[in-house]
Design a binder for this molecule. Structure first.
Ligand SMILES: Nc1nc2c(ncn2[C@@H]2O[C@H](COP(=O)(O)OP(=O)(O)O)[C@@H](O)[C@H]2O)c(=O)[nH]1
Ligand SMILES: [Mg+2]
Length: 298
């Protein structure tokens, strides 16, 4: 393992050993034992398997898959995060980094005629799916209402989705249809993505959103702070503290992999794996507690 130079006052290490860049390019910088174990356990995850046997809901009450929805402002790094998580899960298969979600452009590879869909479902494993959303312009009541409909499993997948009141109504219209089988399409975990390099970021304005998620799912969202490579350390600390103030308990500061830069970095892999493990554990808790929480939605 290459050695590095720690930057005083930060957790960053500059890798300077001869050949390190070369090894990174070949993707043969290895993960440690703990990270490998996390990778394996996330890959083997099925709903309820992180719970003690006696705590698990009955099989017929369990959804087939864990559903994670990604929320956050435009350019916060939602699409890169999903691509990165998929990349990290393909580590042992040496799967290349792929732009599945349409980084920057918002045009994802699975749409017809190159048009963006409102919500894109990406399978991370057979049992874990993530929904990429268009960026939320703000965290006002109408936007939060759309989120609530998603949490109930009502998702609009047309080309016209945008975060405005018309869409809220449109989705409510679709309710009857979509309500048929909500158990298998409810979202269990909300990821709130914020960018540490976003000067306009106001975490306090996301308080209602966080509370709404808590009411709907029984758990607060899990927060991901992206772009830490472009921000000062004290800014990241400030955001962590603001997120804690609005009730968020699980916070993962990270640098996303992107189309431009996805040389394997063991530390980045580790944070992403810990995030995934947190999603499976919290998701199972939500599946266990959901019946009570659910009657308070909307
Ligand atoms: N430096 C850096 N750039 C990032 C990071 N995450 C995303 N980006 C870049 O930020 C832009 C927006 O990312 P994207 O995932 O498309 O944002 P979205 O609108 O939330 O889906 C892209 O140009 C990415 O390459 C990060 O952690 N660090
Ligand atoms: Mg996007």
């Amino acid at each position: 393992m290459a050695d590095g130079l720690k930057i005083p006052g930060t957790d960053y290490v500059i890798m300077y050993a001869p050949g390190y860049q070369f090894l990174r390019q070949l993707n043969i910088i290895d993960l440690d034992k703990e990270a490998r174990q996390t990778l394996n356990s996330v890959k083997r995850y099925k709903p309820s398997t992180t719970l003690e046997i006696g705590e698990r809901p009955l099989a017929e009450d369990l959804p087939k898959e864990l559903y994670i929805a990604v929320f956050g402002g435009v350019g916060s790094g939602k699409s890169c995060l999903i691509n990165s998580l998929k990349y990290v899960l393909g580590y042992d298969l040496k799967r290349p980094y792929e732009d599945i979600t349409g980084e920057r452009t918002g045009v994802c590879s699975t749409t017809d005629g190159g048009k963006t869909r409102g919500f894109l479902k990406v399978f991370l494993t057979d049992q874990i799916a993530v929904f990429d959303n268009r960026g939320m312009p703000d965290f006002d009541e109408a936007t939060v209402a759309v989120v609530a409909t998603q949490l109930r499993g009502l998702r609009e997948n047309s080309d016209n989705v945008n975060w405005n009141r018309n869409v809220v109504e449109k989705i409510f219209d679709a309710k009857e249809m979509a309500l048929k089988d909500t158990k298998d399409c409810q979202i269990h975990i909300a990821l709130l993505v914020v960018s540490a390099s976003d000067r306009t970021l106001r975490v306090k304005e996301m308080e209602d959103f966080a509370k709404r998620i808590k009411i709907a799912t029984s758990e607060f969202p899990i927060a991901v702070i992206t772009h830490i490579d472009e921000a000062k350390e004290h800014r990241v600390e400030e955001i962590v503290s603001d997120l804690e103030d609005i009730g968020i308990q699980f916070i993962f500061p990270m640098r996303n992999y992107t189309i431009r830069d996805h040389d394997v970095d063991p530390e980045t892999h580790k944070v992403m794996l810990n995030l995934l493990q947190c999603c499976t554990r919290q998701g199972d808790k939500v599946m266990k507690n959901r019946p009570e929480a659910e009657c308070r939605i909307l």
